[in-house]
Design a protein around this ligand. Structure first.
Ligand SMILES: [Zn+2]
Ligand SMILES: [Zn+2]
Length: 476
């Protein structure tokens, strides 16, 4: 069993070998005791040892006394421990203990090179780096040069110390405590808004502050056809600008992404943005109804609190009627991920204006439509011809939830189709040369082609397996 003398012996052994500050000594025993600090642990161990040696120095046995005094000197010099110094002064009034150590002989902790006596200064530099950012929580992270971690590892191996914590987590916590008070915001381990990074060596200290992205969720509507969802660099020049793209560097003059991003980026004082949509519509399809949910990720934001209603108004004003955004709100990375992975399971409602090969009467149309509703519930879609050059050629099963139709004349019809996210609607109508089956054209027995497509609703949370029904009178 390890007795009280065990700790005292360990500490004596360590200090005989190396000068160690209170913090670094205490860190070797971090797992022992709670509601305290490593510095207090280290100080207490040295104090306990001092008291023990003070007692033994009063022993009548000369050899025991000599040994106690020798140990007190170790605690005093290698432990930089004031109580031991004072005890020595008391029992050895004639000894040369009052002299200030010469320059170069000043106490220097073997493990930290006195870094732990400078945490205030380190925190001060970090504060300066962070003070221009707006953040609600933060984290301190340290990268140690091997010169520091190697010494710690060797010491622990040599003295078989198994109750310690890592140097990194110790310094992170000590500086973090000060910053927490200065900024008056908590430490956050999972998704910190601001990350202070320390690159630390015995003669190296680099501190940087890095803001993690800001996520803003909203919904967009697209009122004009011919606008892609995201910025599409020119395939000819890759974005540099060439005759094909009219020196714009992109395939289309603008995109939903470009129309809804810069105002938010500027309000957040970020450097760049990334657009994450809950699925996407074709370039020539409009997106109406309540709009499509999306999240805008702003990189390196300096602001996290600003008036989203004002930004929303500005975006809508600048977009000139091409697109509009609504319901902007501060969001999270988790929501963004959920939005992207969940897109496929969200149902979507489309309005498709179609051209038919002539000859379908209103009566025939109604009969065929009934047949369509019976036969088209689950379809198998092979990647459409029009996109197979850039997407994998696969067959996918998709659920079609509801189809209604309206005969306009013997060449024109309109369908409202509710289907699982990712369903290719134009191909569900045309059949795409048999790549989508069953399809509306084959049931009608004539070729039907979608000429205009609008998304009129993107379901927000319900999965396709369990479609949420919102009664008409509860809709916003
Ligand atoms: Zn130290
Ligand atoms: Zn180009």
């Amino acid at each position: 069993m390890k007795t009280m003398a065990f700790l005292a012996d360990k500490v004596t052994e360590i200090l005989r070998a190396y000068p160690i500050c209170d913090s670094c000594l205490g860190r070797q025993f971090s797992l022992l005791g709670t509601q305290t600090t490593n510095a207090q642990r280290g100080y207490s161990l040295k104090l306990y040892l001092t008291m023990q040696m003070h007692l033994e120095a009063q022993d009548l046995d000369e050899s025991k006394k000599t040994q106690a005094i020798e140990t007190l000197k170790v605690i005093s010099e290698k432990g930089n421990h004031l109580p031991a110094m004072e005890v020595l002064r008391k029992i050895l009034p004639d000894a040369k203990l009052h002299e200030e150590p010469a320059e170069g002989q000043k106490f220097k902790c073997y493990l930290c090179d006195n870094i732990f006596s400078q945490v205030r200064e380190i925190a001060e530099i970090a504060y300066e780096k962070g003070k221009d950012f707006e953040f609600d929580n933060f984290l301190v992270g340290t990268a140690l040069l091997p010169e520091i971690s190697d010494r710690e590892d060797e010491l622990r191996a040599k003295f078989q110390l198994t109750q310690g914590e890592a140097f990194k987590s110790h310094i992170n916590r000590e500086v973090g405590k000060i910053l927490q008070k200065q900024f008056n915001v908590p430490v956050e381990f999972k998704e910190p808004q601001l990350l202070f990074r320390f690159d630390l060596g015995f003669s190296k200290l680099e501190i940087s502050a890095q803001a993690n992205p800001l996520f803003i969720a909203g919904k967009y509507k697209k009122f004009e056809r011919g606008i892609p969802q995201t910025h599409w660099p020119c395939t000819q020049c890759g974005g540099k600008g060439c005759p094909r793209c009219n020196n714009l560097g992109k395939m289309y003059p603008t995109s939903v992404e470009e129309l809804v991003s810069s105002e938010i980026r500027d309000a957040a004082q970020g450097t760049e943005t990334k657009f994450h949509g809950a699925g996407r519509e074709d370039i020539d399809a409009r997106c109406l109804g309540n709009g499509r949910p999306y999240v805008l990720e702003v990189k390196n934001p300096r602001r996290r609190h600003f008036d989203l209603r004002a930004v929303e108004d500005l975006i809508n004003k600048n977009a000139g009627g091409k697109v509009s955004v609504s319901e902007l709100q501060f969001s999270t990375k988790e929501y963004m991920q959920e939005l992207k992975t969940g897109a496929e399971y969200r149902s979507k409602k489309y309005f498709a204006l179609c051209q038919m090969e002539p000859g379908i009467s209103k009566v025939t149309f109604e009969q065929k439509l009934k047949e369509v509703r019976e036969k088209i519930t689950i379809i198998v879609q092979r990647t459409p011809m029009r996109v197979v050059h850039r997407r994998a050629d696969l067959s996918r099963e998709k659920r079609v939830l509801k189809i209604t139709g309206e005969w306009r004349d013997d060449q024109t019809a309109a369908f409202t189709i509710e289907a699982q996210g990712g369903t290719y609607i134009k191909e569900l109508i045309s059949g795409d040369g048999g790549r989508t089956r069953p399809n509306i054209s084959e049931i009608f027995g004539v070729q039907i082609t979608c000429t205009e497509l609008d998304i009129i609703n993107v379901d927000e949370i319900s999965s396709c397996g369990k479609v949420r029904e919102v009664p008409e009178n509860q809709k916003k």
